[in-house]
Design a protein around this ligand. Structure first.
Ligand code: FAD
Length: 288
């Protein structure tokens, strides 16, 4: 199913993100995670693409498994350092696997890798390419607190408009922990003439050290009241996990109550985390 059709329906739900195992990691384990999540009733499962195309085979195996389980898949695809031929081959592979949704990203060049191909400089170039190829529903990334490289939030939104003008069907946000930031962002998008559906992305924090590193890299802020929770339970892994699921559940509930159709959960490959949220919101999510 195309995600844009889900977003235009009366359904309300959660989707989630998985990432492929690192080099030498266990693909079989990732496929088991897909099968486990496929029983939980999420709207769709997205699968990340290794930086600059590393581990591409594993990403494709995982999205194929999502489709085989009868779920809607969204394949992430990055274009930094990619050639047109590589992009076309990957699109053909995804189409043959039954994938109908792609999150078009620029990506970042991994440390130590030199830029050899500049066919696609920005995600908007990739959006255009996929739309010309045809057949896919295309999403793009957006950043309610601004992309770390941008000169500011308004500058970032002006650049975001290129993706929208090139045909992006919907947007998925970087994680945030304060819903007021998201509502403020929505006003700004509308003021810039961006009115495609937006899927807010949130992360249930289950590991205090990990979240400190992620926030530093992405520029995401932890609100004071949530920082107190993280600090209090940092050394008690079970309490931290429960607190993280509760906090993310409250965030998702607020977002769904205020009209968002889907909330995307950054699960860090933990089926019990998305399972816990689905259970907490079992009467709130709705699939007609
Ligand atoms: P772009 O939209 O190209 O933006 C990057 C920067 O360039 C921004 O500062 C923007 O303001 C600026 N910009 C955009 N267009 C122009 C233009 N025409 N002229 C000048 N400046 C411009 N990374 C992975 O490697 N794999 C993944 O699977 C992955 N999944 C992600 C999923 C989500 C929901 C998000 C939010 C991020 C994801 N990332 C992933 C990380 C992402 O690749 C990085 O944040 C990357 O730095 C930017 O990618 P982008 O697609 O947002 O780039």
């Amino acid at each position: 199913m195309k995600i844009i059709d889900q977003l235009h329906s009366d359904n309300r739900g959660l989707s989630c993100e998985l990432f492929p195992p690192k080099e030498g990691g266990q693909l079989a384990n990732a496929l088991d995670i897909v099968r486990e999540i496929s029983t939980q009733g999420v709207d769709f499962i997205s699968v990340t693409y290794g930086a600059a195309g590393t581990a591409v085979g594993k990403s494709v195996s995982i999205v194929s498994e999502v489709e085989k389980c009868g779920m809607t898949a969204m394949a992430h695809l990055t274009c930094v350092n990619a050639t047109a031929q590589h992009i076309e081959e990957t699109l053909g592979t995804l189409r043959d696997a039954g994938v109908q949704n792609i999150l078009a990203l620029r990506g970042d060049l991994p440390a130590g890798m030199t830029l050899e191909h500049e066919a696609y400089r920005h995600a908007s170039d990739l959006v255009k390419k996929i739309k010309e190829y045809g057949g896919f529903c295309v999403g793009g990334a957006c950043y309610p607190e601004g992309h770390p490289e941008s000169a500011g939030l308004d500058d970032d939104i002006e650049k975001l408009k290129y993706k929208v003008d090139n045909g992006v069907d919907f947007l998925v946000t970087q994680m945030f922990f304060d819903n007021t930031i998201m509502y403020n962002y929505m006003y700004r998008l509308l003021a810039h003439g961006i009115n495609v559906p937006v899927i807010p992305g949130i992360m249930p924090v289950t590991n205090a050290r990990q979240i400190a590193r992620i926030c530093k890299l992405s520029g995401t802020k932890l609100p004071l009241h949530f920082r107190a929770i993280v600090e209090k339970f940092a050394d008690d892994s079970e309490a931290m996990k429960q607190a993280g699921i509760c906090y993310a559940t409250a965030q998702a509930l607020d977002l769904l109550a205020n009209g968002f159709k889907d909330v995307h959960i950054y699960t860090m490959n933990k089926p019990d985390v998305i399972g816990g949220m689905m259970e907490n919101l079992s009467h709130v999510v709705r699939h007609d």
